[in-house]
Design a protein around this ligand. Structure first.
Ligand code: NDP
Length: 337
């Protein structure tokens, strides 16, 4: 078991910004990068709205720079995933290996009793790390529709990341689901390769920012199916071939080469069920505290970024919250000593 002063869980803008600040404050900082290193910005082509990044850097490049910056000041990046936590006593215990009966799905979907039992079993295994203080910055992940064929064809014509996969759709005919900024961004990314991009939106107006809507609607390769819902995805043994779409109660079957889901995100908080107070949508609730605005329901456990924020969900906001959490940790540790 390794003893840490501060563990940061998550390597998106919130986690890495926190790391830059805490390392510069000479707090011994270990950041667990997890499986999705760099968070959601790794799926973004050009960053245009982060102040100071005026040349439109790619998301992966931006995240690599943030990582280098955190390491330069002494943050240790651990390329491991935290698979269980115990916040019931201090120092806080963290596991990177679970007994075989446990997996991530258990934390997401288990009932309350099942979860209690699972934690009892986990506590019998020695934790891999213990930490005095924690910052949780595990972010959020794409939501899927759960329509027939979606899981079956995932990675074979179904994607949640146009920016990653657009280049595979040269001269193809693709559909994007959603009406927010992600759907607009995905559509724009796809028009660079695809012959035709059709947005399927359940409403009669987009909620995306006006500038993104204008770009999309002005693009001759883009069509929109308003008041429409994707009902089914079908194909052959290898790849997607058709989709069924319902528009105003009428079902039609359409040929396609690809389906891109861009219908929002859910917080990555399965690990923290029964450990921290979560809100109705599963985001970490921050305890209104006189001094520490980023402290969770457990003293010494702080949270920042999209895992706490279902409203703004911007890289700049996540980075700002990461800085706030780092300053809170610094103050908290000073008060402890
Ligand atoms: P949003 O929650 O903003 O939009 C989700 C879209 O998907 C909505 O249009 C919603 O429809 C639709 N939707 C949700 N559930 C379903 C469903 N079950 N069936 C059909 N449609 C559904 O998510 P985004 O990921 O687009 O954006 C999240 C945040 O990230 C926003 O704040 C956005 O501004 C930001 N962002 C910024 C970018 C940039 O600036 N470059 C790029 C991408 C995101 P309805 O409108 O009817 O609710």
């Amino acid at each position: 078991m390794k003893k840490l002063q501060l563990a940061i869980i998550g390597s998106g803008p919130a986690g890495l910004t926190a790391g830059i600040y805490t390392s510069r404050a000479r707090i011994e900082t270990t950041l667990f990068a997890g499986l999705e290193i760099g968070g959601q910005l790794m799926y973004t082509s050009g960053i245009e709205n982060f102040p100071g990044v005026c040349e439109g850097k790619t998301g992966p490049l931006f995240m690599m720079d943030l990582q280098k910056q955190a390491m330069r000041f002494g943050t240790t990046i651990q390329y491991e995933q935290i698979t269980a936590v115990d916040f019931t006593k201090k120092p806080f215990a963290l596991w990177t290996n679970l007994p075989p009966l446990m997996d991530q799905k258990t934390f997401q979907s288990a009932g309350e009793d099942e979860l209690l039992q699972a934690m009892q079993t986990i506590r019998q295994t020695e934790a891999n790390y213990v930490a005095d203080v924690l910052i949780i910055a595990t972010g959020a992940s794409s939501i899927t529709l759960n329509v027939p064929g979606e899981k079956e064809y995932f990675g074979r014509g179904v994607s949640t990341c146009a920016v990653c996969d657009a280049a595979f759709y040269q001269d193809k005919n693709v559909y994007v689901i959603g009406g927010g900024d992600s759907a607009m961004e995905d559509s724009i990314a796809l028009t660079k390769f695809a012959k035709q991009v059709t947005i399927i939106h359940r409403g009669d107006a987009f909620r995306a920012s006006k500038i993104m809507q204008e770009r999309v609607l002005a693009n001759p390769k883009v069509k929109v199916m308003w008041n429409s819902n994707l009902k089914e995805i079908s194909g052959d043994s290898k790849i997607v071939k058709t989709i069924k779409v319902e528009t105003d109660g009428k079902l039609q079957e359409l040929p396609t080469d690809g389906v891109f889901l861009a219908i929002g995100h859910q917080p990555n908080t399965g690990l923290f069920r029964q450990q921290l107070n979560l809100d109705r949508k599963g985001y970490i609730e921050l305890k209104p505290h006189e001094i520490y605005s980023t402290m969770t329901s457990v003293a010494g456990v702080f949270a920042a970024g999209d895992v706490t924020d279902h409203r703004y969900r911007q890289a700049i906001v996540a980075a700002g919250l990461g800085a706030q959490a780092a300053l809170d940790v610094e103050h908290y540790l000073l008060n402890l000593s």
